[in-house]
Each structure stands twice: as C-alpha cells, then as structure tokens.
Design a protein around this ligand. Structure first.
Ligand code: ATP
Ligand code: MG
Length: 287
C-alpha cells in the first residue's frame, strides 16, 4: 500500500510528547492549515524492521483507515520519510481508560455500563465491516476530551470472513477458544466485553492468578466468581455471566448486550460520563 505523499512533518506544528509506543513516540500536533489538533504516532523504520512489524503496521493502517465510528479512534492519514512512518490520529485528550480505572479503583455501574455500551456499539460496527479487534483491553481504550471511549491500536486486528487460528493476545482477556487454539471468530471480542465489564466494576479481571498457566486454566474452566465487595447489581452479573460462556455461540450477541436491562437502565446515551469520580473536567487543549 503506497502512502499518499501529500503529507509531511512540515505540515504540522509539533506540541507536547504524549506517550511511548513500542516503535516510537506519540506527540500532540496541530495541522498548520486547518489548525486541527491531532496525535502523531511517529514510528522508526529501523525498529519496525528489527521486530518485523511491517506487516502488522500495514494491517493496522489498512484496517483503521477504513473505520469511521464515534467510538473508534480515527486514523486520518499517514505518511513516511527516510526514517519514520507517521500516523495522523484523532487526539484522545483524556488518554488511557486504564489510567482512569486505576485512579478510580473501580467504576460505578453508570460509568461501566456507558463504556460497555460504547464498546458494544463500536465492535458491532467493526464486525459488520468484517474486522475482529482481538486485542480489546483497557490499555487500548482511550478517552476523548468529553470522556467518550475510543478503541485504538488495531495492530492485532484481523479482517475476517472465516474463523481464524492464531493466538495473539495477553492472557487475562483471552477467550477459551483462543487458549485451546481452536478456530475463533468475532465472538472472542464479545467474551472480552464480559471480562472488561467485570474489571470495570471490580477493578481487576476475573481470572487473574499468580501464574500465567493458572490464569489460562481458570479461563478454560470459566472459573467465574463475584466478590461480595464492591456491591454490584444482579443485572450486571447477569450480563457478565452471559458473555463469559465457554461455548462462543451461547454468548450474548452485541445487539443483545445493547438491549440488556442493565445497559438500558445505566448507560448514558451520550456515551460520556465526565462528571464521574476520576474524570474531572480538563481544559481545552492549547499547544
Ligand atoms: P503499546 O502496544 O505498548 O500500547 P503502541 O506502540 O501501541 O504501544 P500506542 O498505544 O498507540 O503505542 O501509544 C502509546 C501511548 O500514547 C498510549 O498508551 C497513549 O497513552 C498515548 N496515545 C496514543 N495514541 C493517542 C491518541 N490518539 N491520543 C492521545 N494519546 C494517545
Ligand atoms: Mg497501545
């Protein structure tokens, strides 16, 4: 895939450093002509080559560039020079959901349901476009200035009309069929939604164990228990239980999740709950 050549670094005023990625750094930037604020993910070709990440990156670009949904981080453009490949991304001003979750401890049911509903909507959109994300985890979920969830990092995503066999995720969020290296499809993202919902409400994922092998064993046994504290409604537990089904075909569909009584009762239709604990107001960005 050839990069459109019309963009270069000189089109942007580079602002503050935002974060470190595996292959380079992410900066706040302003497109000079429009004044539009974006995030530039600057990756070094030497590093990409060393880790043979070209194919992944190409896939990330192809997939993310074709997606346009309010809860999917937009990839506006990309370009490269001698040393670098640069992705021009939508800026998610409130950064990682992971950090917000760690700061808050756990979310209220309103916040958790709002994020689960946003995720379900975004995944339904991706699945309709034959894209399975396969790496949904709090670190890959960003928040925009209004606190709306954005799925990022499509490096592990796959285009899929058929079932796939490759194992490609860290253990806590893996679905049983991926651990057993069976064919898997979009239902792996649905499983992860159940795991994330649990983590949002209880602060850690359900199958955690000291040893990785024990985590994997607990997942395959669906060893799901609900702590007595914090107090969580039975409707929330019902949604989690129905997503953490061993048999992928028995899991709730994304449409069923969006219609689930817990979501209906708790989720903010706007997708934003910025007045929640841990989500104080931020000033508009000036670089
Ligand atoms: P890793 O796999 O370790 O997460 P990565 O190579 O995928 O690294 P990113 O996750 O894309 O890199 O970026 C690194 C960090 O920069 C993120 O964790 C996040 O904090 C920040 N970041 C990335 N993209 C954006 C964005 N569009 N808006 C705001 N912050 C961002
Ligand atoms: Mg990342």
């Amino acid at each position: 895939m050839a990069a459109p050549q019309e963009w270069s670094m000189s089109d942007f005023e580079i602002g503050k450093y935002i974060g470190e990625g595996k292959f380079g750094k992410v900066y706040l930037a302003r497109e000079k002509q429009s004044g539009y604020v974006v995030a530039l993910k600057v990756m070094y070709k030497a590093k990409l080559e060393k880790y043979r990440f070209h194919a992944h990156l190409r896939r990330e670009i192809e997939i993310q560039h074709g997606l346009d949904h309010p809860n999917v981080l937009r990839l506006f453009a990309w370009f490269h020079d001698e040393e670098r490949v640069v992705l021009v991304l939508e800026y998610a001003a409130r950064s990682e959901l992971y950090k917000v979750l760690r700061a808050a401890g756990h979310f209220t049911e309103r916040t958790a349901a709002t994020y689960v509903a946003s995720l379900a909507g975004a995944l339904a959109y991706c699945h309709k476009k034959q894209v399975i994300h396969r790496d949904i985890k709090p670190e890959n979920l960003l928040l925009d200035i209004e606190g709306r969830l954005k799925i990022a990092d499509f490096g592990w995503a796959a285009r899929s009309n058929a079932k796939r066999h490759t194992l490609c995720r860290p253990p806590f969020y893996l679905a049983p069929e991926m651990i057993e290296k069976k064919a898997h499809d979009h239902a792996v993202d649905n499983w992860t939604l159940g795991i994330l919902c649990y983590e949002f409400l209880y602060s850690s994922p359900p199958f955690e164990a000291d040893e990785q092998d024990d985590t994997l064993r607990r997942i395959v046994r669906v060893d799901l228990t609900f702590p007595s504290s914090p107090c969580v409604s039975s409707e929330a537990k019902d949604l989690i239980t129905k997503n953490c089904e061993f048999e992928s075909s028995k899991r709730l569909s994304l449409e069923d999740i969006m219609k689930h009584p817990w979501i209906k009762k708790n989720a903010e239709p706007s997708g934003s709950c910025i007045k929640q604990k841990g989500l104080g107001r931020v000033k508009p960005v000036l670089i």
